[in-house]
Design a protein around this ligand. Sequence first.
Ligand code: DX5
Ligand code: ZN
Length: 224
Amino acid sequence: MIELAASILSADFARLGAAVRAAGAGGASVIHFDVMDGHFVPNITIGPPVLKSLRKATELPIDCHLMIENPDDYIPAFADAGADWISVHQEACRHLNRTLHLIKSHDCRAGVVINPATPVDAISEVFDIIDYVLVMSVNPGFGAQKFIPSTLHKMRALARIRGERGWQFRIEVDGGVALDTVEDVVRAGAEILVAGNAVFGNGDPKKNAEVLLKAATEAALQRV
Ligand code: DX5
Ligand code: ZN
């Protein structure tokens, strides 16, 4: 099943409640919450207080993407603030196994994220722990960047490995997902599509979400 995870990074931060409602009305079934610390990535965004407020504005699952160093220090605060899913970067975790178990100990779904330059092999030892893999299709730090096509083979590899070995993780993609790239990512095996600029950048977020999800669903039908 294809799901659209609307990234509020490109929304109007003064009107986040309205933004998540519009995305949900357009079919987004997940809200993607981008956390940046100015160290792991060259940008700073939002933290647990904003998540706590947003939690009251939506019943959709909130997918918390931690682009931060020392994520173990903050995972409890994000879980307490209402995160349903929490993902951490392989590149930021010295003890990835421990960090993923920490997320699960807070009753959140645990995801691991790989940057465009990180191979799938780097996470092969945690396939049995994770609920999802997030493949970055841009270098993290900013919205509205250009999709990097060389990341597609990693979605294909993950889908293949999962089928061969019977793992259960889902495959998420983040960065540059829009009408011109959605077919490629879905055909490559992505099931949870993060989109920020394509939903909130221009025009009506509800309509944008509807159109993107329709294109994704059509591509998924062709895949079968
Ligand atoms: C980028 C973030 C993304 C971002 C994607 O570092 O992790 O979630 O919002 O934005 P778009 O869809 O605009 O590429
Ligand atoms: Zn993200």
